[in-house]
Write a protein that binds this ligand. Structure first.
Ligand SMILES: [Zn+2]
Length: 179
């Protein structure tokens, strides 16, 4: 979620940050969003299942990620790449870091070959805001959600029960495998 105070906005024009078009596969732009501060808007029709933009940022270690998460008093642009690396979209971000959370999003992140890409989950019409599900852990600080989706969880965090039952299932599967 955006915290522009900490963001090195790439040459803002009329106050709005801009998309780095080198990383965008479709015409998209940044505008003030009804969901939260800035948002990313489709400038043309985006068909389902297409790569829309790469999420870029400074590649940082687990230790540095923990440090930045600690010093940040508000939400940041840290995107977990894998067990070891995180991308900090506030440094060298493509603009994808401004894509807001929605509990029923129209985009989905896919991580391949050390890169994070946002794909369209369905057809997106020109003028629609692009959204992804941030899926914050249930055990970090709760962040209220007001995305307005019919199935809004009320929080950007995943619901505890879902994750716990998944964990139990995984544990069970492991145990069963050992038999
Ligand atoms: Zn929501």
């Amino acid at each position: 979620m955006p915290s522009p105070e900490q963001h090195n906005d790439p040459a803002p024009k009329d106050g709005a940050p801009v998309i780095d078009q080198r990383y965008a596969a479709f015409k998209i732009r940044i505008e003030a969003s009804p969901i939260h501060r800035w948002g990313v808007i489709a400038g043309e029709f985006i068909p389902k299942g297409h790569k829309v933009i790469e999420y870029t940022g400074e590649r940082i270690s687990r230790v540095e990620t923990a440090r930045r998460a600690r010093i940040s008093t508000r939400l940041n642009y840290l995107f977990t790449l894998d067990k070891y690396w995180t991308l900090d979209g506030s440094v060298g971000g493509s603009g994808a870091e401004f894509i807001n959370h929605c509990c029923q999003p129209n985009c989905k992140a896919r991580i391949t070959g050390g890169h994070i890409y946002y794909y369209s989950k369905r057809d997106i019409q020109p003028g629609e805001e692009l959204t992804v599900d941030y899926r914050f852990d249930h055990d970090v600080e709760k962040v209220d959600c007001s995305c307005g989706a019919p199935k809004c969880r009320g929080t950007i965090n995943l619901i505890r029960e879902t994750k716990r039952s998944k964990r139990i299932a995984a544990h069970q599967a492991k145990r069963d495998g050992r038999k």
